[in-house]
Design a protein around this ligand. Structure first.
Ligand SMILES: [Zn+2]
Length: 245
């Protein structure tokens, strides 16, 4: 079997995926189609304005973002790139604000040693507690993360790919083994519908990536599936015993 990877794995491929688009030289063994990724940063920038107003090199200016999710993600990646650039070019002031220009400069100085020096970035994560209760609280948590230049490129590529192709979900017929929560409610067309919070996530090819809880955020990778299965069996047994008592 060919050692086929769907996505670029090295710093040059990921940089290309972010800026000019990328094509796998090996066609997919099953579909025979070459795997391609469009230029991701321009695609994300376009998505902010709903794909309209592609003309001109103007900055965001006074235009109104219509997709705030895309705008937030673009801003986050833009800040991380600026932060990484600042460490690759200490004591210098960026001469341009264009995200791709800073990224190109960062790539130019790090590609010779992509897994070398560690870069620190500030990562912001949206958190929520007590969802659907009177105490519902939202906040942004800030933490520092260290990455190699190559893993940073992969991170930005993956963030944008996930934005366009969010992992698909399949419900697990069981409460979360961590927090015990089983259902949440969504409002759709004037109706209130329950949905399960304990789910498997798939990538765009149907491969299971992980199991996770949408309430407490606990997550289990493929290597933890056995452990998760035994936890589910134990909690099911406990529940049955309670019924019997
Ligand atoms: Zn949970």
């Amino acid at each position: 079997m060919t050692n086929y990877t769907e996505h670029p794995n090295n710093i040059t491929g990921t940089f290309e995926a972010l800026t000019v688009g990328w094509e796998n030289p090996e066609p997919h063994p099953i579909t025979g189609q070459p795997a391609t990724i469009p230029a991701l940063l321009p695609a994300l920038r376009d998505a902010i304005f709903g794909g309209m107003e592609k003309t001109g090199g103007s900055s965001f200016g006074s235009r109104m973002p219509i997709d705030t999710g895309a705008a937030d993600l673009f801003q986050q990646i833009d800040e991380e790139i600026a932060e990484a650039w600042g460490q690759a070019f200490p004591n210098q002031i960026p001469t341009t604000e264009r995200t791709e220009a800073l990224l190109s400069a960062f790539y130019a100085v790090t590609r010779a040693n992509p897994t070398g020096e560690l870069i620190t970035i500030t990562v912001k994560t949206q958190k929520v507690a007590n969802l659907d209760t009177l105490d519902e609280t939202w906040w942004v948590e800030t933490s520092k993360e260290q990455h190699t230049p190559q893993s940073l490129m992969k991170r930005w590529m993956k963030l944008i790919l996930d934005f366009f192709e969010p992992p698909r979900r399949r419900e697990i017929m069981h409460p979360c083994v961590e927090c015990g929560k089983e259902w949440l409610w969504k409002h759709e067309n004037g109706e209130t519908k329950p949905y399960r919070v304990f789910v498997f996530e798939h990538d765009m090819h149907g491969n299971t990536i992980r199991a996770c809880c949408l309430v407490c955020g606990a997550s289990w990778g493929m290597q933890d599936m056995k452990e998760l299965a035994s936890k589910m069996i134990i909690s099911r047994r406990t529940a049955q015993e309670k019924v019997l008592v």
